[in-house]
Design a protein around this ligand. Structure first.
Ligand SMILES: Cc1cc2nc3c(=O)[nH]c(=O)nc-3n(C[C@H](O)[C@H](O)[C@H](O)COP(=O)(O)O)c2cc1C
Length: 462
């Protein structure tokens, strides 16, 4: 059978996400709607109608303030602000869907593992196992100051913390409660057997947690683990812990390179590389005809906010304003090691298909980047998606949308049927939890080769 595309809607519980300046578009409903439960309920129904696998909620814990050393450009254009908590949307969206899953971003740098584990178990219970956790280490200096630090913890140490955070989480999810702990034994007046609920007594470098976990085990116990980040440390983290990996890169070849590298690293950790799924970014402008799609592109381009795009690039740790006014012919180079996210920094330097000048880079921010958006008729868009899918070897995409929900509706009405006709996209959902849908050969629980499963309690039958 043809390998089929796994599709997530790339979202944020925010006025704006990756659609810089498009709040000005008359049909954009998100900057008003995101505060309204009904907006999210309708979005969930729409995505399930389009057979989306999941809605993937990005999240950050501060304002982008590297560009021009100011928060104003981000705030002015609503760049991921105002921003509400994504986890609180899930129950309502799950209540009107049966198959759509939810990936929620939570940072290991600022939140404690004990509370986070309970949040995910709760969501896994309430959704019947439709939950994933996108593990991030955070890159915004403002976030550090929001959580009581003078400056960000260094890039590589953030990943060291994340490893221990995951170990604590596995202990809570996999080890603390035995199967069958809830006995409902009326005769012995016992709801839960205390012998089957265990403290975890974790004492580590960064965390100390006694336990037990407060929640009883959910269908998946550990949520499906997502990760993104292509630095050395980021890839090593993905290879150990992630089941789904979001790989960014300017070309399909670069994406394939990173995915292959992570697969090799996973094998070194004793994991079957087939137990990892890879995703890349997808952005589409589609209409009934090529001409109409091109017109839409031009219309959007007029609304584009270069300032918001430059502010978002601050996630790399580099202030692009420092290059403005320099000779455009100069080679584009960085001068310091960044403590921000390496992926964005690499995209314009070591990962770029050709060496870029200052002028090239600054120009890229000035308009909608045609190279990263597929524009065309349903057949043209499906051709381009098929090409990316096959060339990069990914398993799926996180679909960005510029004007919401209109661009998602167009995608579902025009592109989904074309992909289905080609056998590249499901016509029916598979049964089961998110993990079972993603890995039909496996079960709801982490596979045996995953490090989290090593924490499972071995029950000796007497
Ligand atoms: C597609 C994609 C989505 C991401 N979403 C988030 C997010 O929602 N919140 C966040 O703090 N970081 C997010 N990140 C950042 C990564 O988790 C990571 O911190 C960043 O890429 C730096 O990691 P690196 O230095 O290993 O590349 C995302 C990265 C990528 C590529």
């Amino acid at each position: 059978m043809t390998k089929q595309i796994i599709l997530n809607a790339f979202e944020m519980n925010s006025a704006m996400h990756n659609s810089h300046g498009f709040w000005k578009h008359p049909e954009n409903k998100r900057h008003r709607g995101y505060k309204d439960l009904n907006y999210w309920v309708e979005l969930a129904k729409l995505l399930e109608k389009g057979k989306f696998d999941a809605v993937f909620f990005a999240d950050v814990l501060g304002i982008y303030d590297v560009y021009k050393k100011s928060k104003a450009p981000s705030i002015r254009d609503g760049l991921q602000v105002p921003l509400n908590d994504p986890a609180l949307l899930v129950s309502a969206m799950a209540s009107v869907t049966n198959n759509l899953s939810f990936a929620i971003t939570v940072s290991t740098t600022y939140e404690q593992p004990f509370g986070n584990a309970r949040r995910f178990t709760t969501l896994d219970h309430l959704t019947n196992g439709r939950i994933a956790w996108n593990v991030v280490t955070s890159y915004l200096p403002n976030a550090a100051r929001n959580f009581g630090l003078d400056e960000m913890i260094k890039h590589d140490e953030r990943y060291d913390i994340a490893h221990e955070y995951l170990d604590v989480s596995y202990k809570l999810w996999e080890q603390s409660w035995e199967d069958g702990a809830v006995v409902e034994d009326v005769e012995n007046k016992t709801l839960v057997d205390p012998e089957k609920v265990h403290e975890i007594n974790h004492e580590g470098k960064y965390f100390s947690v006694e336990g037990p976990h407060l929640s009883e085990p959910s269908l998946q116990r550990t949520p499906v683990i997502y990760q993104a980040g292509t630095s050395e440390k980021g890839r090593e983290f993905a290879a150990r812990h992630a089941e789904c990996i979001f790989v960014g890169g300017p070309t399909p070849e670069r994406i394939r390179y990173y995915a292959d590298d992570i697969r090799k690293r996973a094998a070194k950790h004793g994991r079957n590389p087939d137990n990892l799924k890879f995703f890349s970014f997808l952005s589409v402008i589609v209409a009934e005809t090529t001409e109409e799609a091109e017109r839409k592109f031009e219309e959007y381009n007029k609304l584009w906010s270069a300032d918001a795009a430059k502010a978002q690039y601050g996630a790399s740790g580099y202030d692009i304003a420092e290059y403005e006014g320099l000779d455009p012919e100069l080679p584009f180079e960085y001068t310091k090691k960044t403590e921000g996210g390496h992926y964005k920094a690499a995209a314009l330097t070591k990962d770029a298909p050709e060496k870029l000048t200052v002028g090239d880079v600054l120009n890229r921010f000035e308009s909608l980047d045609r190279n990263s958006i597929i524009v065309g008729s349903p057949e043209e868009v499906a051709d381009a998606i098929e090409f990316q899918f096959k060339e990069s070897g990914v398993d799926g995409f996180n679909l960005n949308h510029l004007v919401t929900p209109g661009d998602l509706e167009s995608f579902i009405d025009l592109v989904v049927p074309e992909l289905q006709k080609r056998g590249l996209y499901k016509t029916e959902y598979k049964d089961g939890t998110l993990r079972e849908k993603l890995f039909p050969e496996g079960s709801s629980l982490l596979p045996e080769d995953h490090p989290g499963s090593k924490f499972r309690r071995v029950v000796v039958e007497s």
